[in-house]
Design a protein around this ligand. Structure first.
Ligand SMILES: *Cc1c(COP(=O)(O)O)cnc(C)c1O
Length: 234
């Protein structure tokens, strides 16, 4: 037995290795899965090192918090990609369109209208994901699975929007696999290629079920500080 310690891995290297292993197991190329680093409620001191490692895609769940954190640093980071993964109020659509490259929480007609208008005004259209409430939880955002097909159809026909994928957050107290499978099924029948699913606790499962991006926070940064009181939408 060797006494030499294994080379130290950063949390990002370890998460990337786990993604790659899960992808290989599923017969997928690791490059098919994008790591979105969820930086919400994290101090800059934890974000800086991961930027230095080359991470450029970050997820945030509040418009105001994301603007405060990223408006300045992004000036020096032309390849930064910011993704909104939390609920969006229509009155924040302009600001969200100005800040985010991807909005993953599109789930209702009024928001579709607001985003279409904001994109028109700004001459800048974020890529869009439809959030699906796969667990049909009353407190959770997202379109219900039964309504997803019609909603996606309306996005294309009525609002001239071209969503690229689906996003879900499975119920905390259930095995996530069936929820990931359902999301994949809806994407398949609606012709959407991207699947945003899997978080720190279940991203390997999500990769096995076909995730094209995983949203990982605490496994990269450590536990979050509690959310501050905010006037932002929740
Ligand atoms: C906070 C959050 C995550 C990251 O959660 P972790 O368990 O810390 O990885 C992923 N997705 C969404 C929508 C979130 O709000």
């Amino acid at each position: 037995m060797s006494n030499s310690a294994p080379p130290a891995q950063t949390p990002r290297q370890s998460v990337l290795a786990r993604i790659a292993a899960a992808a290989s197991e599923a017969g997928r190329a690791p490059s098919e899965v994008t790591l979105v680093a969820v930086s919400k409620q994290q101090p800059w001191s934890r974000i800086e090192p991961i930027l230095a490692e080359g991470q450029r895609i970050f997820g945030e769940n509040r418009v105001q918090e994301a603007a405060a954190r990223w408006s300045e640093p992004r000036q020096a980071l032309p390849d930064l990609e910011l993704r909104l993964i939390g609920p969006l109020q229509t009155n924040k659509a302009d600001e969200a369109v100005g800040l985010f490259d991807v909005i993953e929480s599109l789930d209702r007609d009024r928001l579709a209208r607001a985003l279409a208008d904001a994109a028109q005004k700004a001459g800048r259209a974020p890529r869009l994901y439809v959030q699906v409430n796969t667990g049909e939880e009353p407190q959770k955002a997202g379109v219900l699975p039964d309504a997803a097909d019609a909603f996606i159809h309306d996005l294309r026909r009525t609002y001239d929007l071209a969503p690229e994928g689906l996003m879900c957050i499975p119920p905390q107290d259930e095995p996530p696999g069936p929820h990931f499978a359902l999301l994949r099924k809806i994407a398949g029948r609606t012709g959407l290629a991207q699947l945003s699913m899997g978080m720190s606790g279940d991203f390997e499962t999500a990769v096995r079920f076909g995730a094209t991006s995983v949203r990982v926070g605490s496994a990269l940064f450590g536990e979050r500080a509690p959310a501050l009181p905010t006037k932002d939408p929740v």
